[in-house]
Design a protein around this ligand. Structure first.
Ligand code: NAD
Length: 497
């Protein structure tokens, strides 16, 4: 394969070698097996990555365990773990344009997004958790003994790193998700084996080059590429893995949770969603209409918190739905390297089939398309931004995650329905409420069963704010101070003075 690919708007995109990063060394998969990589905007084959076997995974986990137990790692000053993350942040900033172009090539998302969102989010997360490395604190407690034996009893607690973490990531925010696993793991003293999605591994491999350049100790961060059912499963089942940090679909998350139970591995599961966007009649429609479009269409709807169910009060329903459909019709689809492009392709042929199938099922069940509802007739996995009205909560498309640029609009007749409608889903990841009435906004925020509720905005994520899902949307929280619980365990030491 060529190791550079020409694309408009900048230097040729360099493709990192499709090897595995194990114990500070790049190696091919022991089986020699590879996986082809396609540009979703052109369907052109652009690279191959290694398909790691169970033996490769074992080597990576053993290396992570050795480093975790090693004296230098155990003795490393917390501030120095933070400095390693800062070095990585500086290297990413140095190469940001190149990495963003690689992400655009591999995932299809527009360059202005990869450069200004994905890369900035990654650098922010490294700095945020770098800061936490020296702020891991325990408690000092006075005990209340049952019998007075003349002693004074005290206890202190300390947070111990869990050990080897398996980080498994999806394809919709490849480098951002990889960093979101690496940064807290290293900050809190764990080591990690990362398995990126087979659909988009290239920027994680490029990150591997920077991990070596930053001088991060060998074995502290390992990268194994490969298919989920082989490489991912071998990693999840490895007995030395103490914690699984997984982001992906609910079906895979359920499988991982079941397999983790045997050894009581710690897990955080960031899974699928079917988030409602709720617009009340008193909302500022100049903001709410573009807000509803922005809740669903960015990243071509491949966002776990995408506002895919749009609930609108009857009095303003037609105006809102027409407005969102007009925006959908004007969005420019195209190659992510073009400055004109607002939306890129979906990730794969499989994904476009899934999205088309769900839209067709919605229409067959009575939903009326106002925009999109078809694939673009051209090379690449482009699906038109789609607005469906006359939705009903019992439709398949109202219940299943589409993970595409498709919103189903439903009218609300009675405000008392909102809580029940919004919560009528197996998911509980995100929700937004659009209203000028502060009381209604906070009342609804308290009633919606979701990990994040936004008021007059949607999809605002920040590393400092805990993030995760309720119900089938996941288990545990990432981001913010919650990550301390996710990557460490408390040890209590009790004493008689
Ligand atoms: P997926 O579950 O198919 O794959 C995710 C990762 O798991 C990939 O790396 C895959 O190789 C691996 N995997 C698959 N089977 C495995 C197994 N048996 N054992 C171990 N690993 C396995 O998900 P996807 O299609 O890549 O991503 C889309 C999904 O991710 C959507 O459902 C989306 O909502 C969800 N997601 C959730 C969040 C969140 O934070 N809640 C963020 C992004 C994406």
């Amino acid at each position: 394969m060529k190791n550079t690919i020409e694309r408009e708007g900048g230097a040729p995109v360099r493709i990192p070698e499709g090897r595995l990063l194990i114990d500070g060394q790049w190696r091919p998969a022991s089986s020699g097996e590879t996986i082809p990589v396609f540009d979703p905007a052109t369907e052109e084959r652009i690279a191959t990555i290694a398909a790691a076997s169970a033996a490769d995974v074992d080597r990576a986990v053993q290396a992570a365990q050795r480093t975790f137990e090693s004296r230098p790692w155990q003795k490393m000053r917390p501030l120095d773990r933070g400095r390693l993350l800062e070095k990585l942040a500086l290297l990413i900033e140095r190469d940001a344009e190149e990495i963003a172009r690689l992400e655009t090539l591999d995932s299809g998302k527009p360059y202005f997004v990869t450069r200004n969102v994905d890369l900035k989010f990654s650098v922010d997360a490294l700095r945020y958790y770098g800061g936490w490395s020296s702020k891991i604190a325990g408690e000092y407690l006075a005990l209340s003994p049952f019998f007075d034996d003349g002693g004074t009893y005290r206890a202190y607690t300390e947070r111990r790193p869990l050990g080897v973490v398996a980080g498994i990531t999806p394809w919709n925010f490849p480098i951002g998700q990889a960093i979101q696993k690496i940064a807290p793991a290293i900050a809190f003293g764990c080591t990690i084996v990362l398995k990126p999605s087979e659909e988009a591994s290239l920027t994680t491999l490029r990150l591997g080059e920077l991990i070596l350049e930053a001088g991060i100790p060998e074995g502290a961060i390992n990268i194994v590429t490969g298919y989920g059912a082989a490489t991912g499963q071998a990693l999840v089942e490895h007995p030395l893995v103490r914690k699984i940090a997984f982001t992906g679909s609910t079906a895979t998350g359920q499988r991982i949770l079941a397999s983790a139970a045997a050894q009581m591995k710690r897990v955080t599961l960031e899974l699928g969603g079917k988030s409602p966007t709720i617009i009340l009649a008193d909302a500022d429609l100049d903001k709410a209409i573009p807000g509803a479009a922005n809740a669903i269409f960015p990243n071509s709807g491949q966002v776990c918190t995408a506002g895919s169910r749009l609930f609108v009060e009857e009095a303003i329903f037609d105006e809102v739905v027409r407005g969102v459909a007009a925006i959908a019709g004007e969005l420019r689809l195209g190659n992510g390297f073009s400055a004109e492009t607002q939306l890129g392709p979906l990730i794969s042929a499989r994904q476009i089939e899934r999205v088309s199938g769900l839209v067709e099922s919605g229409i067959a069940e009575g939903a009326e398309p106002l925009a999109g509802a078809s694939r673009e007739e051209r090379q690449g996995y482009f699906y038109r931004p789609t607005v469906l009205k006359n939705g009903r909560p019992d439709m398949r498309i109202a219940r299943e995650e589409v993970f595409g640029p498709v919103v189903l609009a439903m009218s609300i007749r009675d405000l008392r329905q909102i809580k029940a409608l919004a919560n009528d889903t197996v998911y509980g990841l995100g929700a937004s409420v659009w209203t000028r009435d502060v009381n209604k906004a906070h009342l609804l925020a308290s009633q919606i069963d979701a990990g994040t509720v936004w008021i007059n905005t949607h999809n605002i994520l920040d590393t400092a704010v805990p993030f995760g899902g309720n119900k089938l949307s996941g288990l545990g929280r990432e981001f913010g101070s919650e990550a301390i619980n996710a990557y460490t365990e408390t040890r209590a030491v009790c004493m008689r003075l």
